[in-house]
Design a protein around this ligand. Sequence first.
Ligand code: ADP
Ligand code: ZN
Ligand code: MG
Length: 486
Amino acid sequence: MPLAAEDVLTKYEAVIGLEVHVQLATATKIFCGCPTSFGAPPNTNVCPVCLGLPGALPVLSRQAVELAVQAALALNCRVNPRSIFARKNYFYPDLPKGYQISQYDQPLAEHGFVDIDADSVKKRIGVTRVHMEDDAGKSIHDGFKDSDKYTYVDLNRCGTPLIEIVSEPDMRTSSEAHAYLTEIKQVLQFVGVSTCDMEKGHLRCDANVSIRPRGAEKLGTKAEIKNLNSFRFLKMAVDQEIERQAAILESGGRVLQETRLFNPDTGETVGMRSKEHAHDYRYFPEPDLVPLRVSDAWLAQIRESVPELPAARRARFIESYGLREYDAQVLTATRAIGDYFEQAARASSDPRAAANWVMGDLTAALKEAGKEISESPVSADNLGRLVAMIHQGQLSGKLAKDVFVKMFAASETAEAVVDREGLSQISDEGALAKIIDDVIAANPKQVEQYRGGKTAVLAFFVGQVMKASRGQADPAAVNKLLREKL
Ligand code: ADP
Ligand code: ZN
Ligand code: MG
C-alpha cells in the first residue's frame, strides 16, 4: 500500500541537492569570439574553435572569468587562486568536440552558502563549488518535414560560457529547493552575471533527490532529475520523486541510482539511464589551456565591482528607512526597483510614503501600461517630489492620486500638473472662509442642529466644503475654521 503524501513526510525525510547551470552574460563565447546572441539562424554563430575542428585552439575569455568570479563571491565562495580546466569526454551529436571543457578536481571556487527563507523558516544552504564550463549545441527533434526520420543539430550554442553551481545536500523539501533557486536567480541577476532567463535556457537546474527514514544519518540512494526548466517543474518533480521513492521503499524495494527526466505533461519522472554502469567521463586536464590563475589583486578588483546584494539591501532598507520586512522584500526584488525607491525616498523626505507609492500606484500603473520600472514615465525624482508635496501639506493624499495619474500619462512633473490644473491645496484662510460662509448660509437647518448640541453634523459641513472646493481644501484648516464660525 503506498503511503498518502502527508504520511510519506512523517515517515521519511527527503534530501535534496541542486546543480544549477547559469549562462554568463558575455557577448562572446568562452573560448572563441563567436557571438552568444539568441535566435540567430542555425549554425551561423560558429567557428573552428567552437566546432572543435582539428588544430583550433581555445582562448579563455577574460570577461567570462570575471563574471564567474563575481558570481562565486556573491555566493560567498572562496575563489581558488589556481583552477584547472578538464575535458569531460562523452559522445553526443550536439557535442562536436567529443568532450565538454569543464572544471573537475580543481574548480574555480568552493565553500560558499546561500541563505534562504522557505515558508518563513530561515536556513543556510551550502554551496559546494562553482566551476566554469562550455555549453553544448542543441538537437532539434521536430519542426522539419522529415523530422520523423532525422534529428537536426544547431551548434550556435556550443561554447557558450556557463557556470555550474553545486549545492550541498542541505535541502529537505521542495519549498526549500524552490527558495534556494529563487535566491540564486535573484542574486545573479542583481550582480548582472546572467539574465537568468529560464525560457532561453539561461538558468537550468538538475535536482538530486533521495529519502531516508526520519532520524537516520546515512543518506539514501539518489536519483538525479535532469533539466527542470521552470520553478514550478522543479517543485513538482521533487515532490513526485519523493513519493515515488517512498512507494519503492514501502513495497520492500530498493531505489536505483539513476538519471531521470521530468515530463511536464504527466508531472512524472521517467528513468533515462542508470548511473551505476553509465558514466565514466574519463576526465583529464585540458592540454590546450593553461591553469587559470586569479591573483589577489585581480580578485580584489572584481570584489569591488560586486554591488550590494539583495539580503544586505533588505537589511539596510529596514534599518535606514524604517520599512517593514515585507516592503523591504518587495523593494529589493530587482536592482531596478530598489534603485528607483531609494532615489524617490531621497527626494521625498518621507521614505515610508515613497515606499507605498512605489509598491502601490506606480507598480499598478506600470503593470497596466505593460512597462518595466526602467521605462517609467514618472521618474523617481518626480515621484519623490509628489510625495514631498503631500508631506508638506501642499496636496491632499486624494488629490495627489489624481496628479499622479496625469504625471504618468504625460511624463510631467507634479509641479507642472498642479500649476496647470490649479490643483494645489487651499489652506489660505481668506479663500476658505469665503467657501465656508457660503456653505453655512446654504444649510440653516444643519446650523441649528449643530448649535443645538448635535456636533456630529460637523462632518456634514466638512463634506460640503470639500465638495465646494473640488477636494482642494485642507481638511485640517476646514475643521478649525468651521468650529470657529459655527
Ligand atoms: P555525482 O557524482 O552523482 O555527480 P555529487 O556527489 O557530485 O554526485 O553530487 C551531485 C549533487 O547531488 C550535489 O548537489 C549533492 O549535494 C547532491 N547529492 C549527493 N548525494 C545526495 C543524496 N544522497 N541525496 C540527495 N542529493 C545528493
Ligand atoms: Zn566559435
Ligand atoms: Mg557531480
